[in-house]
Design a protein around this ligand. Structure first.
Ligand code: FDA
Length: 307
């Protein structure tokens, strides 16, 4: 792990800095690189632009760790409207949802009620897919357990995210392969202790390869979410060696990151999905993007000092 990753991720939890950055015009400008805008219209416009260059999209309404029932219901309403707008606009987009936005910290019943409403609305709109994003490791088991309940109750237009930095992930991948669940595989973006997660990049990458190969060979349309060119090249060679057609998986990347690579993969005939976040609660999301690439952090911090 880069020495700066940990302090930046710690700052992502600071309420004081959040208040300062979120209300500062320079903070807004910085967020603009990674966030499509604050409104649903911004999100739909970004999806339309991405579709024009051959990218599929997953729209994410920013917001996490709601701590009142009213906020959780409000976040749910936002997704219901967003699903209506996606259908109305006819854009090629699904949605990504964080369960903590829907009340996971408040109570399970509320969270399940909210996610079910979203899954039902998505299903009415041409079986739109709803991805359950994965948050810090204290939520992993609970998120997967809620997912299992949804799946058992017949909600099959949903899938999970698994993070290769966690020791448990190879086992979780196997469970999802056996069940036929669509998995997004990423490295993981949160601050995790060595009791649950690999600390070294090489270990995280090796585990990514192990999980990715299993998903590509046996899984249901995996989403390979990474900007790491070595891993992407490995996926491409592995697919060729094992006769896995490009229709059997997709690459996924974040809005504003490695657009060149996104376009190149589309031109080569691969499915590529851009994860497009929008909304006003962008501070923790922005800080996670800074932690992944401290050069971004220095650039933006220098703008603050100049300003
Ligand atoms: P890595 O961090 O090793 O970066 C590889 C290269 O990519 C870098 O050298 C750099 O060139 C480029 N790069 C990466 N991040 C960059 C950035 N912010 N700015 C500029 N360049 C950058 N995590 C999670 O815990 N739960 C989740 O649900 C999701 N969901 C998700 C969806 C999608 C579509 C993506 C792409 C990622 C996520 N993530 C996530 C985030 C993920 O876990 C991880 O933190 C980031 O993708 C960065 O890891 P990479 O795989 O890109 O590799």
């Amino acid at each position: 792990m880069s020495v700066l990753k940990e302090p930046i991720l710690k700052l992502s939890q600071s309420k004081e800095l959040r208040g300062f950055v979120s209300t500062n015009p320079l903070g807004r400008k910085a967020a603009h690189r990674f966030v499509a805008g604050e409104t649903q219209t911004d999100a739909i416009n970004a999806a339309r632009e991405a579709n024009k260059i051959g990218l599929k999209v997953s729209l994410d309404h920013l917001g996490e760790n709601t701590n009142s029932e009213a906020e959780a219901r409000h976040a749910t309403e936002e997704y219901l409207e967003l699903l209506d707008k996606i259908a109305e606009a006819g854009v090629d987009a699904n949605v990504s949802v964080k369960l903590t936005a829907l009340g996971q910290d408040i109570n399970r019943g509320l969270c399940i009620e909210n996610i079910c409403k979203i899954l039902e609305r998505a299903d009415q709109h041409n079986h739109t897919f709803v991805r359950l994003d994965m948050e810090g490791s204290s939520y992993t088991e609970n998120t997967l357990d809620i997912f299992r309940q949804l799946w058992r109750e017949g909600h099959h237009n949903t899938g999970v995210v698994l993070q290769s930095y966690l020791y448990r992930t190879a086992t979780d991948v196997q469970e999802m392969v056996d069940t036929g669940v669509r998995v997004r595989l990423c490295k993981g973006a949160y601050l995790e202790p060595p009791t649950v997660a690999f600390a070294e990049k090489t270990e995280v990458d090796e585990n990514y390869v192990r999980c990715m190969e299993n998903l590509m060979l046996h899984g249901n349309y995996p989403g390979l979410a990474t900007h790491d060119e070595e891993l992407i090249n490995h996926a491409i060679s592995y697919a060729k060696e094992n006769n896995i057609g490009p229709e059997r998986f997709e690459f996924q990347m974040l809005y504003g990151v490695r657009r060149d690579l996104q376009k190149k993969l589309v031109a080569e005939g691969y499915n590529v999905r851009a994860y497009v976040p929008y909304g006003s609660e962008w501070y923790p999301y922005l800080m996670r993007r800074m932690a992944e690439r401290p050069a971004n952090f220095f650039f933006i911090a220098s703008q603050f000092f100049k300003g």
